[in-house]
Design a protein around this ligand. Structure first.
Ligand code: FMN
Length: 205
């Protein structure tokens, strides 16, 4: 697959995940090896930690926490979400305990309060998250963020997994082999709408 195809057709896959095919630890480790080459601010590169949950009993412990948080979140903002995406998100949440690997990237400390520091904090893990998702794709796997529990069940998941108090869970990535090989670019605003040169040209808000 050429680079542009990889970058434009790697989707959040929720309904085409192969729930019956296990994902070997080596595959996850290999994708994280690739993802670790992503940029990060200063010391935040080596301080991050990732946990991949593949044990079915532990996944079964995490599932109801994700489900409870997802239902609470949807009660608030489901009307703002595209209905196709909502059906797909719901499908993943319903089956989250059966997804072969649930990968949780963690950052040291708690998110800072200043916007600039927040930018460095989250900006030091999301490039690696996306690289991880791209690396999975090149190996025939698919993934989707399914991060609901960080809102109100982060501590419960931390207890289940033994994550020390000084770490923040950034999200949860559902990982499985893909039942579909080819995907298309998703609709996005035309570049001219979001890009200007030399001066701001978009609407004020
Ligand atoms: C920071 C972040 C958090 C996300 N959290 C969720 C989530 O909790 N549930 C979900 O279904 N998708 C989640 N997504 C995936 C987005 O919904 C998805 O990227 C978006 O719908 C665009 O679809 P695409 O990835 O297929 O292009 C998240 C994505 C990002 C970058």
């Amino acid at each position: 697959m050429d680079t542009e195809t990889l970058l434009t057709t790697t989707r959040s896959v929720r309904r085409k995940l192969d729930l019956d095919r296990p994902v070997a630890h080596e595959v996850i480790a290999d994708c994280l090896r690739v993802a670790q080459q992503a940029p990060a601010a200063g010391g935040l590169l080596t301080a991050q930690r990732w946990i991949a949950v593949t044990d079915p009993a532990i996944r079964a412990g995490i599932a109801p926490l994700v489900q409870r948080s997802a239902h609470a979140a949807w009660a608030h903002y489901a009307d703002q979400v595209d209905s196709r995406m909502f059906v797909s998100a719901r499908h993943l949440v319903d089956h989250i305990g059966q997804v072969p690997a649930l990968v949780i990237p963690c950052m040291p400390g708690r998110p800072p309060s200043s916007p600039a520091e927040q930018s460095a904090y989250y900006g030091s893990i999301y490039p690696a998250v996306w690289s991880f998702q791209l690396a999975l794709r090149t190996r025939g796997l698919a993934s989707s963020m399914c991060s609901y529990h960080v809102v109100d069940h982060e501590e419960d998941v931390a207890k289940l997994l033994g994550i020390p108090e000084g770490f923040t869970q950034i999200g949860l990535i559902a990982v499985a082999y893909s039942k579909q090989a080819e995907f298309s670019p998703a609709p996005r605003p035309p570049v001219e709408e979001i890009l200007s040169f030399d001066a701001w040209a978009g609407p004020r808000r």
